[in-house]
Ligand binder design. Sequence first.
Ligand SMILES: Nc1ncnc2c1ncn2[C@@H]1O[C@H](COP(=O)(O)OP(=O)(O)OP(=O)(O)O)[C@@H](O)[C@H]1O
Ligand SMILES: [Mg+2]
Length: 504
Amino acid sequence: MTQNTFIKLKGISKSFAGVRALQNIDMEIQQGEVRCLAGENGGGKSTLIKIISGFYQPDSGTIEIDGNEYTSLTPQQAIDLGIQVIYQDFSVFPNLTVAENIALMAERQEGKRIVNWKNVRERAQEALDTIGVDLDLDMLVGDLPVAGKQLVAICRSLLLKVRLLIMDEPTTALTRTEVESLFRVVRDLKAKGISVVFVSHKLEEVYEIAEQLTILRNGKKVIEGPIKEFDREKFVFHMTGRAIENLPFEPTEIGTEPLLEAKNIGIKDLFRDISFALYPGEILGITGLLGSGCNELAKALFSMEKITEGEILLEGKPHHPANVGEAIRSGIAYVPEDRLTEGLFMPQAISVNMVSAVMKNYLTRFGFIDQKRVEEGSENWIRDLKVVTPSAELPVQALSGGNQQKVVLAKWLEISPKVLILNCPTVGIDVGAKADIYQLTRTLAAQGIGVIFISDNLPEVLENCNRLIVMKRGRMVGEMDAKNADEEKIEALLSADREEEVIR
Ligand SMILES: Nc1ncnc2c1ncn2[C@@H]1O[C@H](COP(=O)(O)OP(=O)(O)OP(=O)(O)O)[C@@H](O)[C@H]1O
Ligand SMILES: [Mg+2]
């Protein structure tokens, strides 16, 4: 058996300034094995991955590869040994084009001194074709939506020499079709004897693709084994240490006067003719696939994009703020999908990020930041949202992905909004924290806030909204009470779209 082991970790531990991120972890990965690394936000998954890829040095323990024992790896060593990682934040270069991002590194790895641009384009196209996606080679990666960036990162690693491909939440922003292509690629890699380790908070996907499972909690390995030995309940229980149940949302009381109304609004080429009313106490779900216009609609409601048709009313009055600042002052809050670029100042303290939308409430009479009140304010959010951190003064970038998302939420809740727009708020969030966020959304609705909940995860919108709007290709194709909806009904509305495309 041993000759089939690609990597063997023994007793790996790692601490950061008092946080024991990993404690005495043993893990073996066989050649051609697909292993899922699961666990709550802050459990230590990314840290373990960064140790395998040489980004961090462990405090103790050893790493054995090809019979050689290492106390730590450098990033170059890891690459030379065939370890490739797609990180949670993708590490793509926003100022380079799609083609450059995908293929430049491979050209360099092969020691080519002079870049052959024709080659770069051809190879990039090839990689895109392998996973069956259609991206413009010349587009700047910075201009792509999150899913696009994720696909670029995946394509890039496919071109490099790889024996172990590690993916830290590779599917967070992908649609079902893209996920299927990615999984096809994973099965191909496996057939070639390449090992794959991936992190995912989407249990359905774990069951679909993983053979082996390792669960980390609070830096410790709690259990591991073949995935078929874990039913859903056992899986969730080991991840969170508790049983989780999410009951459908029943609004306590819905106001009679609309809070926010959209009247035939549209933005040229993005979406059109959208009308709805949001009442106090409601959670209104909006769902659709990539390209449906949901994302742009969310931004338009927050005045990040200007509508070119129709009208928006806030509490019955025409609402056309000149910019985001005015939108915030009028009581609209927006939790963006892409927390890395739109939501947070990564190097800044957690506390500062939490209060940054209303910094003026935290100034002293003389205009200085009142550090004590900032701390108090942020401590409350850390407690209420269960943010896992030893201190509010750590930079946000030291938090795990899911905990960063909670900081974004805190930042917007801090302004006590009338309308809260959540754009895919649970992407990358573990099952336990997801349940917390759902609960929190309900509590806010019960206080009379109107919530718009955008998500392409159908079970999630069905359980957490009282009303639903379905969008495709920039149009509203359905509006219904969540009570009268189910996944099949929505899928039917969404997939009609694809058939039309085929006919054309
Ligand atoms: N550079 C760092 N400085 C300080 N603390 C860190 C650093 N990196 C990670 N940590 C801490 O180590 C712990 C493990 O974090 P890690 O990112 O590995 O979790 P994770 O399992 O990947 O979580 P998620 O599912 O949210 O991505 C967390 O408590 C985190 O705050
Ligand atoms: Mg992580």
